[in-house]
Design a protein around this ligand. Structure first.
Ligand SMILES: *Cc1c(COP(=O)(O)O)cnc(C)c1O
Length: 425
C-alpha cells in the first residue's frame, strides 16, 4: 500500500499484532535468548534473521530506522548515537586511508571539523568546495581516489539551498555516490533520493526528535548506487571482508549492501548505537513531524518577513522568502516549505548585536536549533568559534550572522519579542 507522508509519520515502522501494545514497546535489553546453539551460530554468520546483541540490532531501534527509511523512500537505514556518528559512518563506510572526498564548505561546523581534521588524521582527505560554483569548476576537484560528494539540503547555519541536480550529476559523472545531510528540510519538505542523492543522513536531534530531548542520527540508503559497476573504487563493498569470513557485501546483500556493511562492520567495531529509550522518544517526535514542520515553516516565513522590513535589520536570509536569491531553487526542491531556521544581521556594532540578543525573552540563547522552542545563537562566537576568520568566510558565515530557529509558539509572540529587543538598540 502506498501511503501518504502523514500516515507514514504516524504508522510506519512498528505494527502491533493481536493483543500487543499499541505504542511501540521499548526493548530495553542488551541480549536475546535462543533455545538452539546452531541457530545462534547462523545469526553470527548473517545466515539467519534475528536479534542477538543490541550493539548490532535492537527491535525498537529497527522499527524507528524503518520508519525514517520509509519517510525518505530508501531501502535500508541504521540509527546512530548522534548526527556526528551518522555523518562519520556515511563517509567512512566507503572511504579508507588514502582516499579523498569532496564536501561543500558551507556545511555544519561539527561536520566540517570531523571531515577536515579528525578524518584527515585517519588518512582520509576532504576538499571543501564553494557549492555555488558552476559544474565545470567543481568537476576540477575530482581525483582518481575521490569516493563521494557531500552536501546539506539546507546548510547549517547559512540556510543555503543545495543544487541537487548539479551535485548528483557531478557525483555520478565521476562514478561516486552523492551523500546529503537532510537534517534541516526533513523528508517532509525534501526527499533527496527523488533528486539523485544516493545516501541521506540526519541529525535526528533536530526536527525529527523536535523537542530538544535526545541526541541521535540516522543513515538511509536509496539502494540506487551500483557498487559493483565501480568495484575498483569501493573494495570495502566489493571484495571479501576478512573480519566476516570473507563476505562480499555487494554480492551477498545486493541493494542492502551499504547498510549491511555499516551494521555488521562499522557498528560492530565502533559501536555508537542509539539506545532503545532514545529511539522511543525519536519515534514520538516522528509521529508529529508533518504537523510540526508546517508550523515551523509558517512561523519562520512570518518572522523573516517582519525582520526584512525592520529598519534596524541589515539583512535576512530565508530561502522561503519570495525575494530571496535562492527562492526559485528552494521552490524547485522544496515546494511545500524549507525549514524553521533563518539568519539575519542587525545594523550597528557587535556590542549592539549582543545587547539585542540578551534582551530577547521568549527566544533563548542556546546551542541548539530546529526544536519546538524558539532559540538563537551567534555562530562566530558560539558553534563556529574554533574556525579561523578564513574558514568562516569560506563557510559563508558572516561575523554578524545570527542564526534564529523559529519554534512552534505563536508567530505574533515571537515577533513581539523581536520587536522589543530591536527597540533597545
Ligand atoms: C546538528 C547537526 C549535525 C550533528 O548532529 P548531532 O546530533 O549534534 O551530533 C550534523 N549535521 C547537521 C546539519 C546538524 O544540524
Amino acid at each position: 500500500m502506498s501511503k501518504s507522508i502523514e500516515t507514514t509519520c504516524v504508522q510506519s515502522g512498528y505494527f502491533a499484532k493481536n493483543g500487543e501494545p499499541r505504542q511501540m514497546p521499548i526493548v530495553q535489553s542488551t541480549t536475546f535468548k535462543y533455545d538452539n546453539s546452531d541457530y545462534m551460530g547462523k545469526l553470527f554468520d548473517l545466515e539467519a534473521d534475528g536479534y542477538f546483541y543490541s550493539r548490532l540490532s535492537n527491535p525498537t531501534c529497527d522499527n524507528v530506522a524503518k520508519k525514517i527509511c520509509d519517510l525518505e523512500g530508501g531501502v535500508g537505514a541504521i540509527l546512530t548515537a548522534s548526527g556526528q556518528a551518522a555523518n562519520f559512518f556515511a563517509v567512512f563506510n566507503i572511504c579508507e586511508a588514502g582516499d579523498h572526498f569532496i564536501a561543500s564548505s558551507s556545511i555544519y561546523g561539527g561536520t566540517f571539523n570531523l571531515f577536515g581534521t579528525t578524518m584527515k588524521k585517519m588518512g582520509i582527505e576532504c576538499t571543501f568546495v564553494d557549492q555555488t560554483l558552476p559544474y565545470e569548476e567543481l568537476a576540477k576537484y575530482f581525483k582518481p581516489n575521490t569516493k563521494c560528494l557531500f552536501g546539506e539540503t539546507l546548510t547549517n547555519p547559512t540556510v543555503n539551498v543545495l543544487d541537487f541536480e548539479k551535485f548528483a550529476k557531478l557525483a555520478h559523472d565521476h562514478g561516486v555516490p552523492f551523500i546529503v545531510d537532510n537534517t534541516f528540510a526533513t523528508p517532509i519538505n525534501c526527499r533527496p533520493f527523488e533528486y539523485g542523492a544516493d545516501i541521506v543522513v540526519h541529525s535526528t536531534t533536530k526536527y525529527m526528535d523536535g523537542h530538544a530531548g535526545t541526541i541521535g542520527g540516522v543513515v538511509v540508503d536509496s539502494g540506487n548506487f551500483d557498487w559493483l559497476a565501480h568495484a575498483e573504487k569501493f573494495p570495502g563493498l566489493t571484495t571479501p571482508d576478512e573480519s566476516y569470513h570473507g563476505i562480499v557485501y555487494a554480492e551477498k546483500f545486493g541493494k542492502d549492501a551499504y547498510i549491511q556493511k555499516a551494521v555488521s562492520q562499522l557498528m560492530r567495531d565502533l559501536g555508537p548505537v542509539q539506545s532503545p529509550q532514545n529511539a522511543f522518544y525519536l519515534n514520538l517526535g516522528l509521529e508529529s513531524l508533518y504537523v510540526r514542520m508546517k508550523q515551523h515553516c509558517g512561523n519562520a516565513y512570518k518572522v523573516a518577513k517582519y525582520l526584512k522590513n525592520h529598519e534596524k535589520v541589515a539583512w535576512v536570509k530565508y530561502p522561503g522568502l519570495e525575494d530571496d536569491d535562492e527562492y526559485a531553487m528552494a521552490q524547485k526542491y522544496m515546494p511545500n516549505g524549507t525549514c524553521g531556521v533563518l539568519c539575519f544581521g542587525v545594523k550597528g556594532s557587535r556590542a549592539d548585536a549582543e545587547k539585542f540578543m540578551d534582551a530577547l525573552k521568549l527566544a533563548t540563547i542556546e546551542t541548539h536549533v530546529a526544536d519546538s522552542h524558539t532559540c538563537l545563537l551567534h555562530p562566530a562566537s558560539h558553534t563556529h568559534r574554533q574556525m579561523t576568520e578564513e574558514q568562516l568566510k569560506e563557510a559563508g558565515v558572516a561575523p554578524d550572522l545570527i542564526r534564529f530557529s523559529v519554534g512552534l509558539e505563536n508567530a505574533d509572540d515571537i515577533i513581539e519579542d523581536l520587536s522589543q529587543a530591536l527597540d533597545i538598540i
